[in-house]
Design a protein around this ligand. Sequence first.
Ligand SMILES: *Cc1c(COP(=O)(O)O)cnc(C)c1O
Length: 379
Amino acid sequence: MREMSLYKKRLKLVRGKGVYVWDENGNKYLDAIAGIGVAILGHSNEELAIAINEQMKKLVVAGPMFHHEEKDEALEELSKFLSFEYAYFGNSGTEAVEAALKFARLYTGKKEIIAMTKAFHGRTFGSLSATWKKKYRGGFEPLVPGFKHIPFNNIEVAKEAITKETAAVIVEPIQGEGGINVIDKDYLEKVNKLCKEKDILLIFDEVQTGFGRTGEFFAYQHFGIEPDIMTLAKTLGGGFPIGAMVAKKEVADLMVPGTHASTFGGSPLACASAIAVIKTIKEKKLLEKVRKNGKYLREKLEKLKKKYDFIKRVKGMGLMLAVELEMDGKEFYKKCLEKKLLLNCTHGNVIRIMPALTVKKKEIDEAVEIMDECFSSLI
Ligand SMILES: *Cc1c(COP(=O)(O)O)cnc(C)c1O
């Protein structure tokens, strides 16, 4: 049997520790993408390994009809950072987004969802309908009706797009797959105001930006705007699959048993991983580290930009950074791979760098040195 995959030839990884991974031939790589920003505590993190092991021996599964103390604790930990009253646990980003979209329609009684161009929200039918790129959508139509895409940072277009039937606007505060695009604060404030006036829900998809990635616990804190609904996943379990949708109480009151649920979602095992991640972020003071090391990495990338004309800009926040190139990034990506540096090329010409939040200065030096070598070989 062969796995269904987009890739013909892939690196075969056998183990990882911190920011490093090893392939089947014993080659060591610096992983500056951490499973697309997932392994925020690094690979084979001790705290996470212990938490999952202990929980495995205690209680693995409960099912949606039973409660368990790990869920209480996960909710309590989340409540320390979020003034949202309600959480729904699933297993992935796309499930969190599906829940948000279903909620939005249920709560408002309206049908239309407005998303942004270049947005990525997942690959199941609802979230795919909110995802912008043809490459992901093509061949799967008809998608869910009622979705519209508008460009980032143009409030006039947003005003025109909103109708009496608009249920929600869904936004990534920093677009990930779309090329690390940071939304304008001013635009977001205006969209928020429009939503409030017209009884439209504002959904922030923080699947990629949540849990310290940008230097705040959540990206929305940089903008000072609280959404009605937020979706979380990738970073939440540090590698263990867990996703969550959090909502303001008034949004959630309509849910009754059976309205929406997940068999695996929010299992004791998944919750134990989330608890360990949140506690470790606090104990290791990772937010401060992200701010400091994010700034350090950014300065180094800016230096590369000065050195190479074909680097158009450096963008992002915290440790969610990218360099945008004049040309396609594939060649550069391949050269980095040869030199044992794992990065990601998204949106064609954007090189995305999202290492573990535990990354050290000397590891950043090492990564940027390899990038420099690879850029210089492109001239
Ligand atoms: C990755 C991602 C998703 C989808 O998450 P999956 O776990 O792959 O389903 C949704 N939204 C954003 C912003 C993402 O980065």
